[in-house]
Design a protein around this ligand. Structure first.
Ligand SMILES: Cc1cc2nc3c(=O)[nH]c(=O)nc-3n(C[C@H](O)[C@H](O)[C@H](O)COP(=O)(O)OP(=O)(O)OC[C@H]3O[C@@H](n4cnc5c(N)ncnc54)[C@H](O)[C@@H]3O)c2cc1C
Length: 549
């Protein structure tokens, strides 16, 4: 006989086994708008694979079974290995097989970076730890491409779609992944404070051998096959490729000290490392380490913004799903006017994030275009700052939509909420991004022209938009902006570009709500404050439209 306490009713049920792409109209539209229409079918097939219950389960399993550091074997010999749960290897294998690490470099085509951005955004909805080695490998390619010498072999292996987890020399492997080491105990943002030293083994110069002594305080994905590492050489801060194995096949002097016990991103290992006479090759010129490693940083920062857009979207989708399946006070939550406002506001924030990251990704497809280069330079820190800042607020609000079920670990939100602040911290924290925006504007005066061109081509004559864009231009033209105002300025650029991209598709409920709320009233401190008359249903549907059975 059934007992009341064994019954579960008025619960929304699990949301999985759905297509992450075709149910997300804002993403489908962005791909078409930004030059990846031809990849629609491939992205839809990817969305189907990634949205499976098996993928959701793998993401949960990998994060509830964090990696373990094995410094020594049982006889006391040094190993410096990290052991991962099989779910991590399964996920990373699938990510690499999908080409979400270096696909656009291995198989360049029109819209390749935009299509990858869409795939990477969907991956972020499922699992985030595996994105760390993926994005560093994506960024390592442009950092190594201009170099001559022994780097070609590494480039070839980075392009592989075969994930090879074995701890063996790269020469024996079917494919490799790369990490990076910049942050030291005494300074992360200010890498000029780095104390790790590098000394040439013979003749110094690009592609030559050096020995490194020192440490890195954060060193993620330490089971990568090689790392781009900053160290002080006689001519200044320089960038080195440091592999896990030496050319003679012995293990290189990277001593893993311990793994960080992190708030989130628990599937991924983040270590502290000592370089004990570690062997490396100089990348670029001595003293030019910061520009060399920033070639990588531009891509990882793009990916931080895309990853946060994915997190926001998945949390919002889970909130919509819950509200459609849960009754309170005689109606479904989604039918309650105030809840509809909250959901629509979250959906709007998600759509605006998608619009900005996908527009930025398009600038990465136009590699040789000067204007696109200036746009990448400006909008990468803008998007990294603004979207990563919005993610914890969106994920937190989505959690509350699920009520108590949102706060418990077995639900879909808790892990993603713990993940949300990270993209804002690593790869250059919020203030560093905003100061970088000022630098981009000051160093190249054409940058503002390119921004204004983007803002001018909306086809809209909406006075609210034109007032906002004109005031931004006037402030920029007035000359140097004080450092203390850098966040305010960066936020205004982000909102203006988001509005411009949304308007480019013609008038819509989304545009109307964005102009009325974000441009007129400013970004909301709490969601659920869209003005009366907003078409809530339309905004929610753009974020998530369930497949018909
Ligand atoms: C999980 C995790 C994994 C990581 N993995 C790696 C990795 O693999 N490789 C790697 O190199 N690093 C890694 N990092 C380090 C990360 O990139 C740094 O933590 C980050 O860049 C900030 O540096 P910091 O911690 O030294 O803070 P600080 O540089 O001390 O900065 C502290 C705060 O001060 C602000 N600030 C700094 N300068 C200014 C200024 N001039 N004006 C105003 N505000 C300022 C910053 O924005 C920040 O909010 C990782 C970090 C985390 C959390």
């Amino acid at each position: 006989m059934d007992r009341a306490s064994d019954q579960a009713f008025n619960q929304s049920g699990e949301l999985s086994d759905y297509n992450l792409f075709s149910t997300h109209s804002a993403l489908v539209a962005a791909c078409a708008r930004e030059g990846a229409a031809a990849q629609h079918a491939a992205l839809s097939a990817l969305g189907e694979r990634l949205g499976s219950a098996a993928m959701f389960a793998l993401g949960d399993t990998a994060n509830s079974n964090p990696p373990l550091l094995r410094v020594f074997d049982r006889f006391g010999a040094r190993r410096d290995e990290v052991e991962f749960h099989p779910a991590w290897h399964e996920l990373l294998g699938r990510l690499v097989a999908e080409g979400l690490h270096t696909g656009p470099w291995a198989e360049p085509c029109a819209g390749a970076h935009v299509a990858r951005a869409a795939g990477y955004l969907m991956w972020a909805e499922i699992e985030n730890g595996t994105q760390c080695p993926a994005t560093m490998s994506y960024g390592a390619v442009p950092a190594l491409k201009p170099q001559s010498g022994d780097f070609g072999v590494w480039l070839q292996l980075l392009m592989s779609r075969d994930y090879d987890p074995r701890f063996v020399p790269a020469a024996d492997k079917r494919g490799v992944l790369m990490g990076m080491g910049m942050t030291e105990r005494q300074g992360g943002s200010d890498v000029r404070a780095n104390t790790t030293r590098a000394v040439a083994v013979g003749t110094p110069g690009p592609g030559r051998e050096y020995r490194l002594t020192g440490h890195k305080w954060f060193f993620s994905a330490p089971m990568c096959d090689a790392f781009l590492v900053l160290a002080q050489a006689p001519r200044g801060l320089s960038c080195f490729l440091v592999p896990r194995f030496l050319p003679d096949r012995s293990v290189n002097g990277l001593k893993l000290q311990r793994l960080k016990d992190k708030l989130g991103n628990r599937s991924n290992a983040s270590s502290e490392v000592e370089f004990a006479d570690a062997w490396g090759l100089l990348v670029g010129e001595e003293g030019r380490g910061i520009p060399a490693i920033l070639e990588m940083g531009v891509y990882t920062r793009l990916d931080n913004a895309i990853g946060s857009a994915g997190l926001m979207h998945q949390c919002t989708v889970q909130a919509i799903h819950h509200a459609r399946g849960r009754h309170a006070f005689g109606r479904l939550l989604v039918e309650q006017p105030l809840m509809r406002n909250v959901l629509a506001d979250l959906a709007l924030e998600s759509a605006a994030a998608v619009a900005l990251v996908m527009r930025l990704a398009r600038a990465f497809d136009a590699q040789d275009d000067e204007a696109a280069g200036l746009l990448r330079r400006l909008l990468t820190p803008v998007a990294k700052y603004w979207i990563c800042k919005r993610a914890p607020a969106v994920c937190g609000e989505a959690m509350e939509v699920l009520g108590g079920n949102g706060y418990v670990e077995e639900g879909p939100i808790a892990r993603r909420f713990r993940e949300a602040p990270l993209n804002s911290i690593w790869e250059g924290s919020g203030n560093i991004m905003c100061l970088d925006v000022l630098r981009a504007l000051a160093r190249e005066p054409r940058t503002q022209d390119v921004l204004e061109e983007l803002l001018a081509h909306t086809g809209s004559d909406d006075p609210r938009y034109h007032r906002f864009a004109a005031a931004l231009s006037a402030d920029l033209r007035a000359g140097a902006v004080a450092e203390a105002r850098a966040r305010e300025l960066t936020q205004r650029i982000a909102l203006a570009v988001q509005a411009a991209v949304l308007l480019a598709d013609g008038p819509s409920a989304e545009c109307e709500a964005f102009l009325a709320s974000r441009l007129v009233s400013g970004a909301p401190a709490a969601f659920g404050t869209l003005p009366p008359g907003t078409d809530y249903e339309a905004l929610i549907a753009r974020c998530y439209t369930p497949q018909s059975p």
